[in-house]
Design a protein. Structure first.
Length: 530
C-alpha cells in the first residue's frame, strides 16, 4: 500500500499545522464571543434609544477606530514583537468587555456609555487586526496561504452563524450582560495560545525602524503600489454602500415584529450564507476572475438590500440574509486575498492597515449616511438608495482591476549587495543621492525608458523620495537614473526590502545596458552644515 502525501494546496492543509490549528480554534471561539457582543450591543441600543441614528452609531463606533488606528497599528506590528503585541491587544479587549458586562448587569449602562465601550473594544480590534493579518504567513508555508486566509474567513462566518443564534436566545432570556461577559471570557483561549507560542526572533541585520519612519515608509509604499490601490478603491466602493444592511439590520428585524431572537436569526442566516460561499469559492475561483467574483457578489448584495427594503416577513428576509452572507464573504475574501498577495513581508502589516482604513472609511461613513437617511425618511428608502448606489459604484470602479496573479513574487532577494564605501557612514547621515549610469543602444532607448518606469515604482515603494531618469544631450547612449533617500540607513533598508520580483524588474533593465562592466553606481551623501 502506498502512502499518499497530504496535498499542500488542499483547503484544509493549514489545519495540519498545530500552531495554526490552535489559533484557528481559539479565534473561532473569540469570534463567536464578538458576534454575541454585536447582538447584545445592537439590541441593547434599540431598547435604550431606538432612533435610527443611534442604532446606526453602534456600527459606526465599531468601524471608526480602524480609520484612525490602523496605520499606527500596522507600523507597530511591523517593528515590535507581534506575539507580545497581540497579547496586549487581547488583554485590552478582555478588560473592556468584562467592564461593559459588569456595568450592564448592574443596570448602570446608558446609550452613550454603550457607544463608548463599543468604541473602546473596536480600538483594540483595530490595533490587533493588521498584526493578526500579517502573522498568517508566518504560520503556514507560502503555497498554503490562500487556504489559510479562506479558513480564517470561514471561521469568522461560522462564528457569525453560531454567535448570533446563541446570543439571540441568551439576550432574550437573561439580557445583554451575559453576551458581554461571555465575550470577555472568549479572549482567554487566544491569549493562552499566544503565551505558548515560541515565535522565533526575526532575522534583523538592521536595527528596527522608528515608529514615524515606519508609518512614512508604509504610506510611501502604498502610493507606488497600483495593485494595492485598486484593492482599496474597490473596497471603499463596496463597503460604503454595503454597510447599510449592517447598520440598519436591528431596525429591519424590529420591523418584522420580532425581537432580539429575530435579530440573532437574521445574523445567523448571514453567517450561514457566508459559510456556504466559503465552501464554494475554491471552485468559483477556477472559473471566475477576481473582478468577476466581486462584480457578481456586488449585484447579489444589491438584490439582498432591495429584498430587505421591501420585505416585512421573515420568509423573505431569511433568503435576503443568506444572499447577504454569500455576497459579503465572496467580496471580503477576494479583496483580502488580493491585498495580502499584493505586498511583500517587510511592509505587509502597514499596507494591510491602509486597506483596513478604506474598509473602516466605507463602513463608518456608510453607517452614518444610511442612519441619517433612514431618520429623515425610512429604513426602506435608505436600503433602496444603498442598493442602487452600489450598482452605480460598481460601474464607476470597473477600471480598477484586482489582477489575475495569485501571488505577488514577494520573496526576499539577496541579489542587491550593500554599497562599497571608503569609510563608515553614520546611519542618520542624509539625504543620500544615488545615481546609476547606463549605456543603451539608441534604437533601444524607448523600450529602456518604458522598463525604467517599472523600476521607478520599485525605488519609490522601497524608500526613494524623488526619482528621475536623464538622457545625456552630448552622448546618445548615456542615461543616468537618480533617486533620493532620506538617510543612509533608509538606503540600507532599500537593499533589504528588495524582493525576487523586484530583482526580475532590475534584471530586465540591466539587459539593455551595453558593455562588459555593470552600470556605474554612485552614492552621494549630503555634507554636514558648517
Amino acid at each position: 500500500m502506498t502512502d499518499t502525501a497530504p496535498d499542500p494546496h488542499s483547503p484544509w492543509a493549514p489545519l495540519r499545522r498545530p500552531l495554526f490549528r490552535a489559533l484557528w480554534i481559539a479565534t473561532l471561539v473569540s469570534n463567536i464571543g464578538t458576534w454575541m457582543h454585536e447582538v447584545g450591543a445592537g439590541w441593547l441600543m434599540v431598547t435604550l434609544d431606538p432612533s435610527p441614528m443611534m442604532v446606526a452609531f453602534v456600527q459606526a463606533a465599531t468601524a471608526l477606530p480602524a480609520f484612525f488606528l490602523a496605520l499606527p497599528a500596522g507600523a507597530l506590528a511591523d517593528i515590535l514583537d507581534r506575539r507580545r503585541y497581540l497579547l496586549a491587544t487581547q488583554s485590552w479587549m478582555l478588560a473592556c468587555a468584562a467592564l461593559l458586562g459588569g456595568l450592564t448587569l448592574a443596570g448602570s449602562i446608558q446609550a452613550w456609555s454603550l457607544l463608548a465601550f463599543t468604541f473602546a473594544l473596536a480600538c483594540g480590534a483595530a490595533m490587533m487586526t493588521p498584526a493578526w493579518a500579517a502573522t498568517v504567513p508566518e504560520l503556514v508555508p507560502r503555497e498554503a496561504l490562500h487556504a489559510a486566509i479562506a479558513l480564517n474567513s470561514t471561521g469568522v462566518n461560522v462564528a457569525r452563524a453560531v454567535g448570533p443564534a446563541i446570543a439571540g436566545v441568551l439576550v432574550a432570556w437573561a439580557g445583554p450582560s451575559v453576551a458581554f461577559l461571555l465575550n470577555a471570557a472568549s479572549f482567554l483561549g487566544v491569549m493562552v495560545v499566544l503565551v505558548r507560542w515560541r515565535r522565533p526572533p526575526p532575522d534583523a541585520e538592521l536595527p528596527p525602524e522608528s515608529f514615524f519612519g515606519a508609518m512614512r515608509a508604509g504610506l510611501r509604499y502604498v502610493r507606488a503600489a497600483p495593485r494595492l490601490q485598486a484593492v482599496m478603491v474597490r473596497a471603499l466602493a463596496f463597503f460604503l454602500f454595503g454597510s447599510a444592511i449592517w447598520s440598519l439590520l436591528p431596525l429591519v428585524a424590529r420591523g418584522t415584529g420580532g425581537g432580539a431572537q429575530m435579530y440573532g436569526v437574521l445574523l445567523a442566516c448571514i453567517g450561514a450564507g457566508a459559510v456556504s460561499a466559503a465552501l464554494t469559492l475554491p471552485r468559483l475561483r477556477l472559473r471566475w476572475t477576481r473582478d468577476g467574483l466581486v462584480r457578481g457578489a456586488s449585484v447579489l448584495l444589491a438584490l439582498a438590500m432591495l429584498l430587505s427594503a421591501l420585505a416585512r416577513s421573515p420568509m423573505v428576509l431569511i433568503p435576503a440574509m443568506l444572499l447577504t452572507g454569500v455576497s459579503w464573504l465572496s467580496v471580503l475574501s477576494t479583496l483580502h486575498v488580493s491585498a495580502q498577495t499584493a505586498v511583500p513581508a517587510w511592509v505587509r502589516a502597514r499596507a494591510l492597515a491602509v486597506y483596513l482604513v478604506m474598509f473602516s472609511l466605507g463602513m463608518t461613513g456608510g453607517s452614518i449616511l444610511w442612519g441619517a437617511i433612514a431618520s429623515r425618511s425610512s429604513v426602506a428608502v435608505a436600503l433602496v438608495v444603498a442598493a442602487l448606489g452600489s450598482l452605480v459604484a460598481l460601474l464607476l470602479t470597473r477600471g480598477f482591476s484586482l489582477g489575475g496573479q495569485d501571488m505577488a513574487d514577494g520573496g526576499p532577494s539577496v541579489a542587491w549587495p550593500a554599497p562599497v564605501t571608503q569609510a563608515d557612514i553614520a546611519p542618520d547621515r542624509g539625504p543620500v543621492l544615488v545615481t546609476v549610469e547606463y549605456r543603451v543602444a539608441p534604437e533601444n532607448g524607448p523600450a529602456f525608458a518604458a522598463a525604467m518606469q517599472e523600476l521607478r515604482r520599485v525605488r519609490r515603494r522601497d524608500g526613494a523620495m524623488l526619482w528621475g531618469l536623464f538622457h545625456d544631450a552630448s552622448d546618445e547612449e548615456r542615461y543616468v537614473e537618480t533617486f533620493l533617500v532620506e538617510s543612509w540607513m533608509e538606503h540600507m533598508r532599500q537593499h533589504h526590502r528588495a524582493t525576487t520580483g523586484d530583482q526580475a524588474i532590475n534584471e530586465r533593465v540591466r539587459a539593455f545596458h551595453r558593455g562588459d562592466e555593470a552600470p556605474r553606481v554612485s552614492h552621494l551623501v549630503a555634507t554636514a552644515p558648517t
